[in-house]
Write a protein that binds this ligand. Structure first.
Ligand code: ADP
Ligand code: MG
Length: 728
């Protein structure tokens, strides 16, 4: 092993930045490999084109005969660009994207062949999907699952394969993927938000949720990453003593980007441009070798697809540059982990950002309506929102005093706090003309100005308002954004439906004017959602105590957090909105619990293997060197040998102590694993892995890391933190 470490280090000495070719202008290649509007105009008949556009804009069904035309146009476009294969591209519940390529190539009579891609192949496919997680759905219902075209996300060319974004459902209609519930949630929030937006502007006919993600990641030299079995198999280091220098000096954050990395980024961004992923920002992050990439925001479904595609692309491009991308939330102990902030808002088809303050009091009342309703939604469903970002790897990050805590709260800044405090004082019932004028002039009317200089930004908040959008910061870097986005849009939709009902009730029942009714309902919501608002330090212990008093959940581990997904309240929410059925929710819950247990199981096995088969033998080898040394000293100095060999003997004993602790820890961990594996219930098994197996990781690691400090560097088998984090 130590030879592998030194071989890897040697490899990195010879690395040079890989030359990349960039286009003169990015705008010239943007979307070149996407079957977008421009391509459709060129390759489709007018009827086909209109049919796709209708499907995108209004969800209208595409006729089979039209689908045949579309598929032909799509095929011609793709082949002209060098495509040989096509695939339905979908997002099963494994978290990764899935593809199964079929060639366009078909044989016909007389040994001849043609390129074929019909409407049927475009619209629907039946991948042999028996190995994808389904949480029992396909056992209970129909064995098969199928993928179906999602025209709202355009087809694209990836390498030489035409990829068609699809949903993945069982034959009885249950969602087996991330996209299906997301699309349903987006439709619902459109419906709910459009109805409310009409209070302010009758011309609004559609509201889209927008998403701008910020992807954090680590970039490690490929040879070094390959030399570590833990990184290769679990995506993170399971042991390794911290480097003397970490991120203390803050010298990496926003620093000059190392050339090898910069070339990687340029290459990646060019690929993104071709695929229509509108990446815009790149910079160094806080931890050494940590970076970030962010696009211009888009409609949520497209943004989610683009993030999934990006994660795959990052890996592929990294290989060309002899890097390994680590998307894990916590690849290294002792330095920051990675997240994926989800910036979210709602936009009307008339081009208005509903969470952006406007220029008139009426527009600001609209802003406040959506702003306060979002706060209320988060207040009422904080535990479900927490569950939407739960996962074994994100557990390391949440509450680790560097990332948002496991407690969901919302930060809005002092100026908006003042506005809400004023609004809370609004008269119950009809407002006097004087009060209204006052509100319009001094409270609602003042919003644009004050937000302009709203510079306070609280980095410790998991859900922060940042001027014209909310930023959900607790999302993990490996996450498929569909999960949190489904939940966020669902709870906001539910809330907006309730709001509309209340306001209409006051208008009709109490004969109130629309403005009065809106002010009255908002006032109550402000009172009801106070507990979710928190402006202070989210990392502090004081907040944990305070949050507990407020009755906010603080679910620190995934098995604990996931419970909220199957609560009566959550099931009712999703069923009411037709986003997910009880069967679908429970299946997902089971899949997530199983995944959690499996991830911890894999980590436990890898750690046991490394500690027992790589570390202990080396520790013994070094101990033997020490023993040999003492024996030599004894030969020379006879009874006086301890004067010269005393320290060595202490080392010998220390090494034995660590070896013993490691071995005992592994044995106990394996026993706990065996017990856990016998538990049939997925939730109980996940809990056993969390509470009985996982705690051993820390003790085993502790003793391994101590050995790292004792054993001769020349023979140490594991590539060290300083080598992983500071090789550029
Ligand atoms: P940071 O949070 O790093 O300071 P910004 O606030 O400038 O950066 O923006 C972060 C992200 O927010 C970007 O990806 C941007 O596209 C996204 N964003 C901006 N406006 C919206 C919006 N209305 N809806 C969704 N995302 C948005
Ligand atoms: Mg941000």
């Amino acid at each position: 092993m130590s030879t592998l470490r030194f071989y890897a280090i040697k490899e990195t000495f010879n690395r040079r930045p890989v030359e990349v070719k960039e286009p003169e202008r990015r705008s010239a290649i943007f979307g070149q490999n996407v079957f977008n509007e421009t391509a459709m105009r060129q390759y489709l008949t007018k009827t086909s084109y209109n049919s796709v556009m209708d499907a995108i804009e209004t969800g209208k069904k595409i006729e089979r005969s039209v689908a045949d035309h579309i598929s032909t146009g799509m095929k011609e476009w793709a082949i002209a660009k060098g495509a040989t294969h096509y695939t339905h591209w979908f997002q099963p519940l494994t978290g990764a994207t899935a593809e199964k390529h079929d060639a366009f190539f078909e044989t016909i009579d007389n040994g001849q062949s043609i390129e074929k891609f019909g409407g049927q192949q475009l619209v629907q496919q039946e991948p042999d999907a028996s190995s994808f997680p389904h949480g029992g759905i396909r056992n209970t219902f129909e064995a098969r699952g199928y993928t179906a075209w999602d025209p709202t996300s355009p087809a694209f060319l990836y390498g030489t394969t035409l990829c068609i974004p699809t949903v993945f459902v069982s034959y009885t209609g249950e969602a087996l993927d991330y996209k299906t519930p997301l699309l349903r949630a987006l439709q619902t929030v459109d419906q709910a938000a459009t109805a409310v937006a009409k209070y302010f502007d009758k011309n609004v006919t559609k509201v889209s949720a927008t998403l701008g993600w910020e992807q954090e990641y680590f970039l490690i030299d490929k040879a070094l990453a390959l030399s570590r079995p833990d990184i290769m198999l679990s995506g993170r280091t399971l042991l390794g003593h911290s480097s003397p220098k970490g991120q203390q000096l803050d010298d990496h954050y926003f620093g000059s980007i190392p050339l090898r990395v910069l070339n990687y980024m340029r290459d990646l961004e060019t690929e993104c441009m071709l695929l229509g992923i509108p990446v815009k920002t790149r910079h160094n992050e806080v931890a050494p070798n940590q970076f970030e990439l962010a696009p211009i925001f888009e409609e949520t479904n497209l943004a989610v697809d683009h993030n999934s595609l990006l994660m795959d692309l990052m890996d592929k491009v990294a290989d060309r540059h002899n890097f390994k991308v680590l998307l894990h939330e916590k690849p290294f102990a002792g330095v920051n982990g990675s997240g994926k902030h989800n910036n979210w808002s709602l936009a009307t088809n008339t081009g208005v950002n509903l969470l952006g303050p406007g220029t008139t009091p009426m527009k600001n009342l609209q802003f406040l309506t959506f702003f306060i309703n979002t706060l209320k939604a988060v207040n009422d469903h904080e535990e479900l929102l927490r569950a939407s970002i739960a996962g074994a790897s994100n557990d390391h990050r949440l509450g680790a005093n560097e990332a948002p805590p496991a407690i969901i709260s919302a930060f809005i800044g002092s100026q908006l706090t003042d506005v809400l405090d004023e609004l809370e004082k609004v008269t119950d019932g009809k407002l006097s003309p004087q009060e209204k004028t006052d509100l319009k002039l001094n409270v609602v009317g003042k919003i644009p100005e004050i937000l302009m200089d709203n510079t306070d930004r609280n980095r410790t908040s998991p859900f922060a308002f940042t001027g014209n959008k909310f930023e959900f910061r607790a999302v993990g870097s490996t996450a498929n954004c569909a999960n949190p986005m489904t939940v966020l849009n669902a709870i906001v939709a539910k809330q907006l439906f309730n709001f509309k009902e209340k306001v209409d009730g006051l208008i009709k029942g109490k004969k109130m004017k629309k403005d009065d009714a809106i002010f009255n309902v908002l006032r109550e919501y402000i009172k009801d959602s106070k507990r979710i608002r928190f402006e202070g330090d989210g990392y502090g212990d004081a907040w944990e105590k305070e949050a507990k008093k407020r009755g906010l959940s603080n679910n620190k581990t995934t098995p604990e957090a996931l419970k909220a997904r199957i609560s009566k309240k959550s099931i009712a929410l999703f069923e009411d909105l037709n986003i997910m059925s009880k069967v679908e929710i429970e299946a997902r819950h089971e899949i997530e619990m199983e995944e959690y247990a499996m991830r911890i199981q894999i980590e436990g096995r890898v750690l046991g293997d490394i500690a027992r088969n790589h570390i202990i033998p080396i520790a013994i080898q070094y101990q033997n060197i020490l023993i040999e040394n003492v024996r030599g000293l004894k030969d020379i100095y006879k009874d006086d040998f301890e004067k010269y060999g005393g320290e060595q003997l202490i080392l010998v004993e220390k090494i034995s102590h660590h070896i013993e602790s490691i071995n005992k820890g592994i044995t106990s961990m394996i026993n706990e694993r065996k017990t856990a594996n016998k538990i049939a219930d997925a939730e109980k098994r996940a809990k056993a892995y969390c509470n009985k197996v996982k705690p051993y990781f820390e003790t085993i690691r502790y003793h391994c890391d101590k050995l790292e400090l004792l054993v001769d560097d020349e023979i140490w088998p594991m590539t060290k933190y300083r080598e992983l984090l500071f090789t550029k």
